[in-house]
Design a binder for this molecule. Structure first.
Ligand code: F6R
Length: 612
């Protein structure tokens, strides 16, 4: 949710910041802007639209500077527009700010400032924050760093902010609470960004700034302080990220690349963790808490969006294999309804970005009540990874496409490993079945590759249905969450209304929607419920709905009831969801592309939702 980049050093700052903004555009793309200091003069350029629109307006302008900050916005306060775009400047015009987050108490502060005679150009909370800082600076006759520290003690909300001041062109000042900030350390240069992707090609040495820390960044010096003005020791981490992983690699979209990455990313997730021959599962991240998990009276899974769907799949699997009751909660709801946490409850927090604000506050709530937090996270070093007691990374690599694909299958792979490990340790899976399941799980990457060979036939189905106004996705048991996920993918990138529903519930309401124009996607691979879902298909057929079905190869009964079929390799029902989602990702992708949408940056969305 909003991407921020900053550079100070001997290079030209503009190209570094511009490239960084392009890398961070997945975080928001309503407007973009940057500020630099050229010959002791602060210059600000900003524009509604994408980073490329900003770049176009800057052609021919002298952008020579060694210090710059840039922002790509996902609007919270104030519509997307040139004036609401960041950076914002202070009333004196000397200081520029970029901000990711929300200042919740900006209205009373704004009122106070208006009463003092301040006027505001934009509708943003950010402009108010900067005016507040400058007011403190002039009133207290202090420097910008001190003024910021005083201001932040009064501020409620989340922020990552960068400030530059034309009176001090050798310094970027940054602060963070609740929104991420990484600082890359080069030789006589520093890079600041919301994540490591703008930094990776320049340096592998980074510092993840913590909440309530202020960074005073010069080209050859990085000082970290807390809000009490005490120096903190920067903890330098080595980035384990490959530049190729954040580029498109010949695919037309990141989303397509990431769908096709899945055989490899699932393999990477299982590698070193699953030894199918001996049945050994190594999840060192959770080993320390294994006893607590085995004895947990309850597991609560908290997540948002696609990650929440992974949690729902896990609910079925953990209850089946481990016989531990599982509740799956939307993080945003969990946080605000005074949740009941029993002694011994284990919380699994699932997040691709590791920065989702709702999930972070839900974790903090549960942690405050004594729960053990296991994080299943994709972005290494992210906030959720750091605030969890233990956990496991999904190892899917950077996911740039806004609609989550490979991170979801990575989450499922980790959750499946965890369920097997816990069930085995708890003796709730018999040995023979356990070994069989380990062997089946190891086959998932190859079967995923097999499914991707059907790209063209899935594209043909997409072409046939691309103009439908609505879609219904139906599944049962393990595949019910996959129906939800298939519908979410379609909504996100094609803007077609789609609903996911448990197939049997359909007759209690949504069946009223069925007519000859409604495509209904059945996730109906062979499982315990197969005969039942075939009956549901018959009910749809009788009402002339168009059936697109995901079935196990060779299932003639389901094929006969279907208008279009995507045939899947056989897979044990417990692991079927991880494969069944892949054709649904492709279907959504092709419908989105065929309808002319920017599938990597769907309207109104942002990859990392760092506001509550
Ligand atoms: C959908 C999607 C979102 C995210 C949700 C949670 O394709 O990407 O629904 O799953 O915003 O994000 P993370 O997993 O980063 O916490």
């Amino acid at each position: 949710m909003c991407g921020i980049v900053g550079y100070i050093g001997n290079r030209e700052a503009y190209p570094v910041v511009l490239k960084g903004l392009k890398r961070l555009e997945y975080r928001g793309y309503d407007s973009a802007g940057l500020a630099l200091i050229r010959d002791h003069q602060l210059e600000v350029f900003k524009k509604q639209g994408k980073v490329a629109d900003l770049e176009e307006t800057l052609v021919g302008i002298n952008m020579h500077a060694h210090i710059a900050i840039g922002h790509t916005r996902w609007a919270t306060h104030g519509e997307p527009s040139d004036v609401n775009a960041h950076p914002h400047t202070s009333p004196s015009g000397k200081i520029a700010i970029i901000h990711n987050g929300i200042i919740e108490n900006y209205l009373p502060i704004k009122k106070e400032l208006i009463a003092k005679g301040y006027a505001f150009k934009s509708e943003t909370d950010t402009e108010v924050l900067l005016a507040f800082i400058e007011d403190i600076k002039s009133h207290n006759q202090c420097n910008l760093e001190e003024a910021l520290r005083i201001a932040l003690r009064r501020v409620v909300g989340a922020y990552c902010i960068l400030l530059i001041d034309q009176d001090d062109p050798e310094t970027i000042i940054a602060a963070r609470k609740g929104s991420p900030l990484v600082i890359g350390i080069g030789k006589d240069e520093h890079f600041l960004a919301s994540d490591a992707s703008p930094i990776i090609e320049y340096t592998k040495e980074v510092v993840y700034v913590n909440d309530y820390e202020i960074a005073i960044v010069k080209k050859d010096e990085l000082v970290l302080k807390n809000l009490g003005n005490e120096k903190q020791t920067p903890f330098i981490t080595q980035l384990d990220l490959d530049l190729a992983a954040i580029e498109k690699g010949g695919y037309s979209h990141f989303m397509l690349k990431e769908i096709f990455d899945q055989p490899q990313t699932i393999h990477d997730c299982l590698r070193g963790r699953l030894d199918a021959d001996t049945g050994q599962i190594t999840l060192s991240g959770i080993q320390e808490y294994l006893d607590e998990i085995i004895n947990a009276p309850r597991i609560i899974i908290i997540a948002c969006g696609t990650s929440w769907h992974a949690g729902l799949v896990a609910e079925y699997i953990i209850e089946e294999l481990c016989r531990i009751p599982v509740e799956v909660e939307y993080a945003s709801e969990f946080r605000y309804r005074n949740p009941i946490i029993y002694k011994g409850d284990v919380i699994i927090a699932i997040s691709q970005s590791g920065e989702t604000a709702d999930t972070i506050v839900a974790i903090e709530k549960a942690k405050g009540q004594g729960a053990i937090i296991l994080g299943i996270v994709n972005v290494v070093g992210s906030t959720i990874a750091r605030i969890s007691h233990a956990g496991a990374y999904t190892h899917a690599g950077p996911e740039i496409g806004v609609a989550s694909t490979k991170a979801f299958t990575g989450q499922l792979a980790v959750l499946m490993l965890m369920a097997l490990k816990i069930g085995h340790a708890k003796n709730t899976i018999d040995e023979e079945k356990y070994i069989l399941l380990c062997k089946e799980l190891a086959k998932v990457p190859d079967k995923a590759a097999e499914i991707l060979l059907q790209e063209n036939s899935i594209k043909a189905i997409a072409l046939k249905y691309k103009s439908a106004k609505d879609f219904l996705y139906l599944g049962r048991g393990y595949n019910f969450p996959i129906a939800l996920e298939g519908a979410l993918k379609l909504k996100e990138i094609s803007y077609i209304h789609a609903e996911g529903y448990p197939a049997a519930e359909m007759k209690h309401g949504p069946i009223a929607l069925v007519d000859e124009h409604l495509p209904i996607v059945f996730i109906a691979t062979n499982d315990t419920f197969h005969a039942k879902i075939v009956s549901n298909m018959q009910e749809i057929k009788a009402r002339k709905g168009k059936i697109i079905s995901i079935i196990t190869d060779g299932d003639e009964i389901a094929a006969e009831l279907s208008d279009d079929v995507i045939a899947m390799p056989w897979m044990d029902e417990i692991f079927a969801p991880i494969l069944n989602v892949i054709p649904l990702q492709l279907l959504a992708y092709f419908i989105g592309v065929e309808n002319g949408h920017d599938v990597d940056k769907p309207r109104n969305l942002a990859k990392s939702v760092t506001v509550e």
